[in-house]
Design a protein around this ligand. Structure first.
Ligand SMILES: [Zn+2]
Length: 332
């Protein structure tokens, strides 16, 4: 009886141990796969530095991916803080991803954009007939390589949530998870969360697509962020701060959340463009001297001044003014 019980316990333990570890590659497997990938990766990097594809101004997809990568910690932390939203194994993986992101987010070698017309074989796998959209090794020492013309071809350049999913998937490989399927599920969960903190609106004007992305921030002293993008090249990230917005009584901006963002007006005089976006904002300002916090609900408009540089959809950004259109104010 004793024997039976302990055998049972052993089987159970073993089952949990193997299901917990199955998701990661073993150290030896990881090392050998990294050694293989290192050869390919070095060849591609050498070939890339010899070719003239870097100088072309980064397009919308490259800028979206870089921006997301730099802010990815927020969405990983959000996932970790959602109680049982992720299971314990997913949380462990997300914690490892968070470390990598914090280490690499301003490393300009962390993301590499390749043209698969030149690097044709790189995005094809022996076991997988489909052309990959991104690829990396099982270590954060490797860059995440993006098949950038495939991103454009599949219409993902401004599909922010999909791009976020791809980044999370590839980071999962870097922390040692091999299963594409497992990572697709994890990134689908995190994308769902991201989407409740993200929205965008677009409008066509003079044959160009203007779109405004609203990144909602969470937590205390959260200040929402926005990106105005135009066509295939222009990407203008911004937020409201004490230099472009004046709190009452010389207060400091403490938090700002937007609602109902929409394009109010677009104008063009020769090559000069004015783009006006309107939001309702919940704002708190703090005044140290008066030791008070003021809460307000204001209708704000963001007026962007831009100049079209060429037919390549590139604009120069000349500034953005914040003005109050309407407000309701109450002291706390
Ligand atoms: Zn994969």
């Amino acid at each position: 009886m004793m024997f039976k019980n302990s055998l049972f316990a052993f089987v159970i333990l073993n089952f949990f141990a193997s299901s917990a570890f199955a998701v990661y590659l073993s150290d030896t497997e990881r090392e050998s796969r990294n050694a293989d990938f290192n050869k390919i990766s070095e060849r591609v990097l050498a070939q890339r530095s010899g070719s003239d594809i870097i100088g072309n101004g980064a397009g919308l997809a490259e800028q979206n991916i870089t921006y997301l990568f730099r802010h990815l910690d927020r969405y990983l932390i959000l996932g970790l803080n959602q109680g049982e939203f992720l299971d314990s194994q997913q949380k462990e993986i997300v914690r490892k991803m968070l470390k990598l992101v914090l280490k690499n987010r301003f490393n300009d070698k962390a993301l590499i954009f390749l043209n698969s017309n030149i690097f044709e074989d790189f995005f094809h796998d022996v076991l997988d007939p489909e052309e990959r959209i991104a690829k990396t090794g099982f270590s954060s020492e490797f860059p995440i390589f993006f098949n950038i013309n495939q991103v454009y071809r599949t219409g993902l350049a401004n599909e922010v949530s999909s791009l976020l999913g791809i980044l999370i998937h590839e980071l999962g490989h870097q922390v040692g998870v091999a299963s594409h399927h497992y990572l697709d599920e994890l990134s689908a969960d995190l994308r769902m969360l991201f989407e409740s903190f993200y929205s965008s609106v677009s409008v066509d004007y003079e044959g160009l697509e203007f779109s405004f992305s609203h990144y909602k921030e969470h937590g205390r002293s959260a200040i929402d962020r926005g990106v105005l993008s135009i066509g295939k090249k222009t990407f203008i990230p911004f937020s409201v701060n004490d230099s472009n917005y004046k709190c009452p009584n010389d207060g400091r901006l403490h938090s700002m959340n937007w609602q109902n963002a929409h394009f109010l007006n677009l104008e063009k005089k020769k090559d000069e463009y004015t783009v006006k976006i309107s939001v309702w904002a919940e704002i708190t300002c703090s005044t140290l001297l008066l030791n008070s916090v003021t809460s307000m609900r204001e209708k704000l408009s963001f007026e962007f001044r831009l100049k079209k540089m060429n037919e390549n959809e590139e604009f120069n950004f000349h500034g953005m003014d914040v003005s109050r259109e309407d407000f309701k104010r109450f002291e706390l």
